[in-house]
Design a binder for this molecule. Structure first.
Ligand code: ZN
Length: 364
């Protein structure tokens, strides 16, 4: 298949609009029309990973951390990033990254940590905001089901674990076609009244184009009347971090040992033990320092994350234990999300995990 077939799937499955403003997720290197047959999945793009992709004849590297974060003014091989980029271009290997957009997915980085710890009742810790829209449109009664289904099939109407969510009311619409019209019903130049259904539903903003296209394609009117509203509602499932429960309470030291074995974490840094047993576990893959207060507010007994700064260890007081298991360790299972997404949708595409441990941090 072409690179653009793969990247357009990934761009919508892990919406680019979910990424943080500072981020640079998406296609980093590669021509959209390039043919691709195999991918190498990795947390980081290092020179060793690139060499592995070359030796295994992979056409694309798909990573969690983007190789390019900031604007490049030259490509002369002076920096580590430039050196890798030049080599990737020369070897015709594409690079794609899914970063903070993968973090906030309802099956994303922190959820994967929860899965590995076998947590139950997992919910989002800091919900995504300002990503929801409401669509209201007016459909002639005898076309209602067709238009409704087309809008649902384009991805509208999802609220948490429910889909096809909508509300509809019957009423009367009016219109009068001008000289250059060809009205679906009634006559041009004559005021017409039509029994219509007012149909309203919700959608994520990244689906707007697809949903509006589906509306236009399925609706019988020449000019389709619709309204799009920005909603202030928080997302139910998507957002940074998550919180869930262990099947039974365990002692803090036992939990730290569990983290050590599940995440192969060799250097866990943790705050003062609270003396309480642990049931509620908050998680954030990668640098979760900004979420310490959210974890405390959510009633977590422990917050498992990475890159916690000295002063942040004080923030939980003695209400909650903080465990910093390391950035790489907290995110290393994220590659499974990318792998599973691709093989599920492209069963004949060859996908493999990198065998390189890219963790730049060593422990004594
Ligand atoms: Zn990270």
């Amino acid at each position: 298949m072409k690179l653009k077939d793969l990247t357009s799937f990934l761009d919508s499955a892990i919406p680019l609009s979910f990424q943080e403003g500072y981020d640079n997720a998406g296609l980093q290197v590669g021509l959209p029309d390039k043919e691709v047959a195999s991918a190498l999945i990795t947390l980081d793009v290092t020179e060793e990973v690139l060499d592995e992709a070359i030796s295994k004849s992979c056409d694309i590297i798909i990573s969690h951390h983007p190789l390019i974060f900031t604007g490049l003014k030259r490509l002369s091989g002076r920096s580590y990033t430039e050196k890798i980029l030049l080599k990737a271009i020369k070897q015709d290997i594409a690079i794609y990254s899914a970063h903070t957009n993968l973090d906030v997915l309802n099956s994303g980085v922190s959820r994967k940590m929860a899965e590995k710890l076998k947590l139950k009742n997992v919910k989002v810790l800091l919900p995504l905001k300002n990503k929801l829209l409401k669509l209201v449109t007016y459909i002639p009664e005898n076309h209602f089901e067709k238009v409704r289904d087309a809008v649902f099939n384009a991805g509208a109407g999802v609220i948490g674990n429910y889909d096809k969510c909508s509300f509809s009311t019957s009423g009367t619409g009016s219109f009068m076609g001008g000289e250059n019209t060809n009205p679906f019903t009634g006559e041009k130049g004559k005021l017409h009244f039509e029994k219509e259904v007012r149909f309203e539903t919700v959608l994520f903003s990244h689906l707007k184009g697809k949903v509006i296209n589906a509306l236009h394609d399925s609706h019988p009117y020449e000019e389709v009347a619709y309204d799009i509203y920005t909603l202030e509602n928080e997302s139910i499932d998507e957002g940074m971090g998550c919180i869930g429960e262990l099947s039974k309470p365990i002692e803090e030291k036992d939990f730290l040992n569990l983290l050590s074995s599940v995440f192969s974490a060799k250097g866990i840094r943790y705050s003062k033990l609270t003396g309480k047993r642990i049931t509620r576990v908050a998680l954030c893959g990668g640098a979760g320092g900004p979420l310490v207060n959210d974890a405390v507010a959510s009633g977590a007994d422990v917050f498992v994350t990475a890159d916690i700064r000295y002063h942040s260890f004080f923030d939980a007081g003695n209400k909650m234990l903080i465990a910093d298991i390391g950035h790489y360790e907290s995110e290393k299972f994220s590659v499974e999300i990318l792998y599973n997404l691709i093989i599920k949708n492209f069963p004949t595409f060859a996908v493999r995990f990198s065998e390189i441990n890219t963790n730049p941090i060593n422990y004594l």
